[in-house]
Write a protein that binds this ligand. Structure first.
Ligand code: SF4
Ligand code: SF4
Length: 334
């Protein structure tokens, strides 16, 4: 079992953040619901903070899927549904959730591992995503095969390339199509991501020249020293050095854009968290409501403005979001 994360005990993220902005971190208007549909995945990547894999069985109930659709129908302020997992597409009600949210006029993001597009039974997935005009955010930790395979397993790079070509063939990532295809880079080891704009340029150039692949934007994301990646760092004797690196590169300019300010993370069992990382660490939401049913009750009876200004549950791992240019589900922050 992975021991709890202990960063330098004398350095509190909350103190650092409060000092920089003159008050503790609090929530702003809720605009994004990030829903984790479960832990089942066709892959088992080394850096996976969800510890997802083919043998995991946890998945969201049908009742919770219905609750999410009702919540969206009652809450126009939630403009984005961000669907993640595991491989969210493996959930039997993935399509119903996506098309329901699209019918309600919401922007929908699918966090897709690309290889899922090639899995048996998923032959129509790419068409479905294009038809529903879902934004695809796809992990591709490098444009070099060896680096991707070290992190995601043998054969993963060619599957990613194939998946991207399938999406391109439907118009994804092409100028004028309006079908958004964004890629996600994360370092393959214990270092901070390089500057996002320069790396995006290199990705465009390499992927276009070598495979004819197009995409919209590249998001650079910092690896969180939690779960599987933490175990790997510990195994290699690199955990302390990596933790110190994150703390030493604390950048107060990232605080304003932290994703926990506008996003709520919903776990497969309906519990609520300030972000996906807190969900994996089981750090409950800084303020009531604590689960989907209570949130829906709030939306039915009054308004979600109730949770604005609520304190965010921070801990040492938060230094992973504020190091260097910062990190979020939408990439660098400053
Ligand atoms: S594809 Fe994503 S969810 Fe699946 S194991 Fe890899 S990092 Fe985890
Ligand atoms: S880990 Fe979560 S709670 Fe902490 S700063 Fe990042 S987004 Fe916010």
């Amino acid at each position: 079992m992975t021991p709890p994360l202990v960063l330098h005990k004398d350095i509190s993220f909350n103190d650092r953040a409060s000092k920089a902005i003159g008050a503790p971190l609090t929530r702003s208007t809720l605009t994004t619901l990030q829903v984790n549909l479960g832990k089942r995945c066709n892959m088992a990547c080394l850096h996976c903070h969800v510890e997802a894999g083919p043998k995991r069985t946890e998945e969201m109930s049908v009742e919770h899927i219905d609750d999410i659709l009702e919540l969206l129908s009652l809450s126009p302020q939630i403009s984005t549904l961000d669907v993640t997992g595991g491989a969210p597409e493996l959930h039997p009600h993935f399509k119903r959730l996506v098309s329901g949210a699209r019918d309600l006029g919401r922007r929908v993001i699918d966090r897709c591992n690309l290889s899922i597009l090639l899995e048996p039974g998923q032959e129509d997935l790419a068409h479905f995503l294009a038809e529903q005009r879902v934004e695809v955010v796809a992990s591709l930790p490098c444009y070099l095969e060896a680096n991707v395979e070290r992190q995601r397993g043998k054969g993963s790079f060619s599957k990613s390339v194939e998946g991207l070509l399938i999406l391109n063939a439907l118009g994804y990532g092409l100028p004028e199509s309006g079908l958004i295809l964004n890629l996600v880079y994360n370092p393959t080891g214990p270092s901070l991501p390089p500057p996002q704009p320069a790396l995006e340029e290199a990705y465009h150039q390499q992927l276009k020249t070598r495979f004819g692949i197009e995409f919209n934007y590249l998001f650079t994301i910092t690896n969180m020293p939690i779960k599987r990646f933490q175990t790997q760092l510990q195994h290699n004797g690199e955990l302390e050095r990596y933790q110190a690196l994150l703390i030493d590169h604390f950048n107060s300019a990232t605080l304003e854009g932290l994703m926990c300010r506008e996003l709520l993370s919903v776990s497969w069992d309906g519990r609520l968290y300030d972000c996906d990382f807190n969900q994996m660490l089981e750090l409950p939401l800084g303020a009531a409501p604590q689960n989907l049913s209570a949130l829906l009750e709030l939306a039915r009876s009054q308004s979600l403005q109730h949770i604005e200004g609520a304190k965010i549950h921070t801990a040492s791992h938060c230094f992973g979001c504020t190091a260097g240019a910062g990190s979020s589900c939408g990439g660098a922050l400053s």
